[in-house]
Design a protein around this ligand. Structure first.
Ligand code: NAD
Length: 289
């Protein structure tokens, strides 16, 4: 149970957590804090939060759980704004999509990693943002990865795990570096590719015809290119090395396929596609069980 949960950034991720924890009766009070009074008013009107303040110090006063669900680029400034005001029994966690940069921001602000700081990342999202896009069951049966550090207090980690479990999520622990590599490959690279594909086609001389005749395959592949560009720019900047490594691996593999097509290498193309289909079919099968 949480007595007072403070959410910095009541958008899709913070708002969905608040809705879910309210449904589970897991918090006595949920307070929103942000720079924008409009989004906080909206969140209160929608019943997502109980109250709000624009003052970070007032927000964390008496709070036993503090969640940062702000854009990646704002994590450091929010931590700075609460430095010295976190209650002795409070836990601070975040929901950022990349972990090494949040950990670096915490180290820079506090000089060392505070034992009460538990980095985490819910692997759930939508291509919409803002509190209006928040949904109560966003985390049900989705994974949440916590990336505790050697300095992290085990009891603080356990409280963050319990909070996410109360939303119906399946919580796992992982090292920061591994998290960033895995997410670069499974989430960040697909977003980069979707944005790049739409951008490439839009610059084609035949773009009118391309978009006129685009059908299911195009829609499926490019759905995530409708995601918030600011958020994805931040992720590219915050997880740059791991994303670059994934892009380079992809470029090298695409180059092999390019050669196979150029050589009319029927067997090579067939082998690539057959292997990819088997891997995806297996993944989908595991998802449905
Ligand atoms: P969002 O745009 O829906 O919400 C962000 C909220 O933060 C907004 O309410 C905004 O007003 C507020 N905000 C912006 N700057 C702020 C600041 N300096 N101080 C306080 N509040 C501020 O974004 P989101 O999709 O909820 O993403 C939030 C975080 O969660 C990001 O760090 C993102 O990387 C991470 N995340 C997103 C997804 C996803 O699919 N959207 C999934 C997992 C994790």
């Amino acid at each position: 149970m949480i007595k007072k949960l403070v959410i910095f950034g009541v958008g899709l991720i913070g708002g969905s957590l608040a809705m879910s924890l309210k449904k589970a009766n897991y918090c006595n009070t949920i307070i929103g804090c942000s720079r924008s009074v409009e989004s906080l008013q909206k969140a209160q009107e929608l019943g997502v939060i109980d109250d709000y303040t624009l003052d970070p110090i007032e927000a964390v006063n008496g709070a036993d759980m503090i969640l940062l669900a702000v854009p990646m680029g704002a994590m450091g400034s929010v931590l700075q704004s609460i430095k010295g005001h976190v209650e002795a029994d409070a836990v601070v966690t975040d929901a950022g999509s990349a972990k090494a940069s949040v950990v670096a921001a915490a180290r820079e602000v506090f000089g060392e990693i505070p034992p009460y700081f538990v980095p985490a990342h819910p692997i759930a999202g939508r291509e919409k943002s803002g509190v209006e896009a928040a949904i109560v069951d966003l985390y049900v049966d989705h994974k949440v990865i916590v990336t505790p550090l050697p300095e992290t207090d085990a009891a603080a980690e356990q409280r963050v795990i319990a909070m996410w479990q109360a939303t119906g999520a399946d919580v796992e622990s992982m090292e920061v570096e591994k998290h960033d590599q895995v997410l670069a490959a499974t989430s960040h690279l697909p977003h980069v590719l979707a944005y790049s594909l739409v951008d490439t086609l839009s610059h084609s001389d035949a773009s009118d015809a391309i978009f006129h005749y685009a059908a299911g395959g195009f829609r499926d592949f490019t759905r995530i290119a409708s995601s918030d560009p600011v958020m994805w720019r931040d992720i590219c900047l915050e997880n740059r090395d791991a994303i670059l490594a994934s892009m380079e691996e992809f470029q090298a593999n695409l180059q092999i396929l390019h050669q196979q097509v150029s050589d009319a290498d029927s067997d090579g193309i067939m082998e690539t596609f057959t292997h990819a289909k088997a891997v995806r079919d297996d993944y989908m099968k595991k998802q449905s069980t």
